[in-house]
Design a protein around this ligand. Structure first.
Ligand SMILES: NC(=O)c1ccc[n+]([C@@H]2O[C@H](COP(=O)([O-])OP(=O)(O)OC[C@H]3O[C@@H](n4cnc5c(N)ncnc54)[C@H](OP(=O)(O)O)[C@@H]3O)[C@@H](O)[C@H]2O)c1
Length: 298
């Protein structure tokens, strides 16, 4: 099987890291941002895959604006359900594996303890509902898929919690951050490395590992704990350590409801595909050094 990897959503957090890291692992990558390929256009997707003939497709495209999705259901459905359905169908047409990225927000957060792949899904908002529907469309259309559910994604680029905290921390001495939602911050770079490791395995002919997996960094925290760790590590560069006050979800109303617990149990992926997986603090350290060395923290 050829190891040419086609990446959709190449302009996003995970997409950028795939484009960066693929060549470092010896791969030829075709990176397609939304302007190059809108995955909600079924004909364009089929034509593109038939022309480019990749060995593996990684879908990093998604409608990720969790709150905006509540009032923009059609766009969320197009990116998160129709898009993956089109990709899975087109991959089946040319007999190529699809690695599709999904989310912890397929769960409602009421479980005590980490969610396994076998736990029932019950998304709380439009984003999670459309992502869950997208997973299902992938499963229905094409057996040779790997769905990776991940969580709390951040990178040195793009819109994310780490960059928001650094901006707010530079402006203020004190801020309130939600302390009653638990999950695992996972760097886009770590997700890209995992997806590439899986792409390598399936491109080399591995044919026994299709299905749905949880992949996050190791450990868990709350948004409050995440903010504290960001400021602890950034203090030497920020020149101060803003005080992080613990607030509740009820204190910070948002259009979309979010799961109180979306910690994912990753034992299945550790046992079967075994991509590299390190602590969330190690992933954060790398992203912060990239951001703070660049002076890009604003
Ligand atoms: N961000 C998180 O916290 C988080 C948490 C759990 C799981 N995930 C999942 O992880 C994956 C990667 O997320 P990310 O954080 O890298 O997201 P991101 O930074 O928002 O990137 C997504 C990219 O997809 C593009 N896109 C949206 N609709 C498209 C379409 N119809 N056709 C082609 N491209 C389209 C976006 O382009 P535009 O910018 O032009 O819209 C954007 O460049 C997604 O599957 C997401 O659901 C993310």
């Amino acid at each position: 099987m050829n190891s040419l990897i086609l990446v959709t959503g190449a302009g996003g957090q995970v997409g950028v890291e795939l484009i960066r890291r693929g060549p470092l692992r010896g791969h030829q990558i075709i990176g397609l941002a939304r302007a190059d390929l809108d995955i909600s256009d079924g004909e364009a997707v089929s034509r593109c895959l038939a022309d480019r003939r990749p060995g593996v497709v990684i879908n990093a495209a998604a409608y990720t604006a969790v709150d905006k999705a509540e009032s923009d259901e059609a766009a969320a459905q197009a990116g998160n359900e129709a898009g993956p359905a089109n990709l899975a169908r087109a991959c089946a047409e040319i007999d190529v594996p699809l690695i599709h990225i999904s989310t912890d927000y397929v769960f409602d957060g009421t479980k005590q303890g980490a969610y396994a792949e076998t736990d029932p899904v019950h998304p709380l908002g439009v984003y999670g509902i459309t992502k869950e529907a997208g997973e299902q469309r992938v499963r229905d259309a094409w057996k040779r898929h790997v769905i990776l559910r991940t969580s709390w994604v951040y990178a040195a680029h793009g819109g994310n919690f780490v960059r928001t905290m650094l901006r707010l921390g530079a402006e203020r001495d004190e801020l309130g951050v939600v302390a009653d939602q638990a999950g695992t911050p996972t760097s886009a770079g770590d997700i890209a490395e995992a997806a590439l490791s899986i792409a390598e395995q399936v491109a080399a002919g591995r044919d026994d590992a299709w299905g749905t997996y949880h992949f996050t960094a190791k450990g868990s925290t709350t948004w409050h704990g995440f903010a504290e760790e960001i400021f602890r590590r950034a203090e030497p560069v920020l020149g101060k350590r803003p005080k992080v006050n613990a607030i509740t979800t009820a204190d910070f109303p948002t259009p979309a409801r979010r799961p109180a617990n979306s910690v994912l149990d990753c034992s299945r992926i550790d046992a079967v595909l075994a991509p590299p997986r390190r602590s969330w603090q190690e992933g954060l350290a790398d992203v912060l050094s990239e951001l703070l060395e660049d002076g890009a923290q604003q």
